[in-house]
Design a binder for this molecule. Structure first.
Ligand SMILES: *Cc1c(COP(=O)(O)O)cnc(C)c1O
Length: 405
C-alpha cells in the first residue's frame, strides 16, 4: 500500500526531530523545499548570532573583539563541528574559506607529504570544482591524474580503485556522498585500501557533513574538506571546514602561506614559519560573521544528534523512493540513487523523460528541487527541516505534473 497523506502526518507526529523545525525561519512559500542539500534553511539562532556579532562585537567592541575571542574562532568552531558530526578529536579541524580554496590547499598538502610520488587519483564525475582543482594542482606540481569513472548509481568500486592505485599514487580525492546520485562510499574501507599503497586518503564531505555520521579519526582519514551551507545550514557562502589528521600536523605544507598560518602571527617576522598546529592550514584574517554562523548552526546539529539526523534521513529517503516507485515509475521515471539506504546519503535522484520541463513545473508549483543536466532531478531531504508531510505533498504535486506533461 502506498503511504497516504495521513501516514505521512503520523510519521511527523512520531518524529523525535519534528520540534527542530521551529528552530528555523519557515515561510508558507515554498510548498516544499527539497534543496536543503544545496542551501539549507536559516536557523533562527544563526540569524540572531550573526546580528549580535555585527551589532555588539563589531559595532561596540570594535578592534577589541579580536582579543576577546575572534582570533581563535577558526579552530574553536572547527573543533565544535568535528565533535558534532565528523568523529574527530580537537585540534585537527579549522573553519575558513570556501570548499574550493580548501580543496586546493588539501591537494597541495597531501602531495607535499608524498614528494616522491607522481600521481593523483580522482573521479571524472565528481563535482566540477573538485575536478578542476585536481587538474590545476596536478599541472602545477607536474603530476599525472588517474581518473576513475564510477557507476552513476552505485559509485566507485574497490575494483575500479585497485586498477589505478600503485606505488606512484600520492593522494586519492573522493567525495563521500556523490553529489549526483547520493551514492555513499565506505570511508573506512576505502581509506584502508588507499593506505595499502601508502597513499593518502582525502575526502570531500560536502554532501555528508551534518547528515551522515563520520568517524574520521577511527577511519584513519588523512585529509578532509566540506561545506557548511548545505546540511549544516550556515548560510550562502558560509566558510568551509578542513581537517588534517594529527599525525600529519607539523609536516603538511600548503601554498597560501598567509600570516594567519604562521607560527607567531603577531611577531610579524621577516620570514615565514608555518604554525605546527592545524592553524598551518589557515591563510588570512578570519571572516568572523561566517564562522559564527557555522558555530550557531552546528550547535543545532549537536543538539539534535547526528545519529538521530541520520535515522531520519534514512526514513525520509526510503519514503521518497517508495513514492517515486508508486507514482512516477509508471511515467518512466527511475530512481538514480542506491536503493539500499546504507549506501545512500540524504538525497534521492530521479531520472525520467522531459526532466527539465518537470523540474521547471515543480518550481512553478512552489516545489523546489534541484536539477542537474541532462535529466536528473535531485530531491534533497534535510532531516532537521523536511517533514514527511512536506515530502508527500511535493511528490503528490510532482505526479500531477508528470501526468500532465
Ligand atoms: C557543494 C560542493 C562544493 C562547493 O564548493 P564551493 O567552493 O563552496 O563552491 C564542492 N565540492 C562538492 C563535492 C560539493 O558538493
Amino acid at each position: 500500500m502506498t503511504p497516504t497523506y495521513d501516514d505521512a502526518v503520523a510519521l511527523d507526529r512520531a518524529d523525535p526531530l519534528a520540534p527542530f523545525r521551529s528552530e528555523f525561519l519557515m515561510t508558507d512559500d515554498p510548498v516544499a523545499y527539497l534543496d536543503g542539500n544545496s542551501l539549507g534553511r536559516p536557523p533562527l539562532r544563526t540569524l540572531e548570532r550573526v546580528e549580535q556579532t555585527l551589532r555588539h562585537a563589531w559595532g561596540e567592541r570594535l578592534i577589541r573583539s579580536w582579543e576577546e575571542g575572534w582570533l581563535d574562532l577558526p579552530e574553536q568552531v572547527g573543533d565544535r563541528l568535528a565533535t558534532a558530526c565528523l568523529g574527530a578529536a580537537a585540534g585537527q579541524t579549522v573553519v575558513a574559506e570556501s570548499t574550493s580554496v580548501n580543496i586546493f590547499k588539501l591537494l597541495h598538502a597531501g602531495c607535499s607529504l608524498r614528494p616522491d610520488r607522481d600521481e593523483i587519483v580522482a573521479t571524472d564525475s565528481d563535482f566540477p570544482t573538485d575536478r578542476y582543482l585536481v587538474d590545476s594542482v596536478a599541472a602545477a606540481r607536474g603530476l599525472t591524474v588517474r581518473w576513475v569513472r564510477p557507476d552513476l548509481v552505485e559509485g566507485v568500486t574497490e575494483a575500479a580503485l585497485r586498477e589505478v592505485l600503485s606505488e606512484r599514487t600520492a593522494l586519492v580525492l573522493l567525495s563521500h556522498v556523490d553529489y549526483r546520485s547520493g551514492a555513499m562510499l565506505d570511508v573506512g574501507a576505502v581509506t584502508a585500501l588507499v593506505h595499502e599503497f601508502d597513499a593518502l586518503a582525502a575526502w570531500d564531505l560536502c554532501h555528508s557533513a551534518g547528515v551522515v555520521p563520520l568517524a574520521l579519526d577511527a577511519d584513519d582519514v588523512d585529509l578532509a574538506v566540506g561545506c557548511t551551507y548545505k546540511y549544516l545550514n550556515a548560510g550562502p557562502g558560509a566558510p568551509a571546514f578542513l581537517y588534517v589528521a594529527e599525525r600529519h600536523l607539523g609536516s603538511v605544507r600548503q601554498p597560501i602561506t598567509g600570516w594567519w598560518s604562521s607560527a607567531d602571527r603577531f611577531a610579524m617576522g621577516p620570514t615565514y614559519e608555518p604554525d605546527p598546529s592545524i592553524r598551518a592550514m589557515l591563510s588570512g584574517t578570519a571572516y568572523v560573521p561566517g564562522i559564527v554562523a557555522v558555530d550557531a548552526s552546528v550547535s543545532l546539529v549537536a543538539e539534535a544528534g547526528i545519529e538521530a539526523i541520520r535515522a531520519k534521513a534514512v526514513a525520509l529517503t526510503d519514503l521518497c523512493v517508495e513514492l517515486v516507485d508508486a507514482w512516477l515509475a509508471p511515467y518512466g521515471f527511475v530512481v538514480a540513487s542506491p536503493r539500499d539506504s546504507a549506501r545512500r546519503g540524504g538525497h534521492v535522484t530521479i531520472q525520467g523523460p522531459r526532466a527539465r520541463e518537470v523540474a521547471d513545473a515543480m518550481y512553478e508549483a512552489q516545489v523546489i528541487p534541484d536539477f542537474r543536466n541532462p535529466d536528473m532531478i535531485r530531491l534533497g531531504l534535510s532531516p532537521l527541516t523536511t517533514s514527511y508531510a512536506e515530502l508527500w505533498r511535493a511528490l503528490d504535486v510532482t505526479r500531477r505534473i508528470v501526468d500532465a506533461i
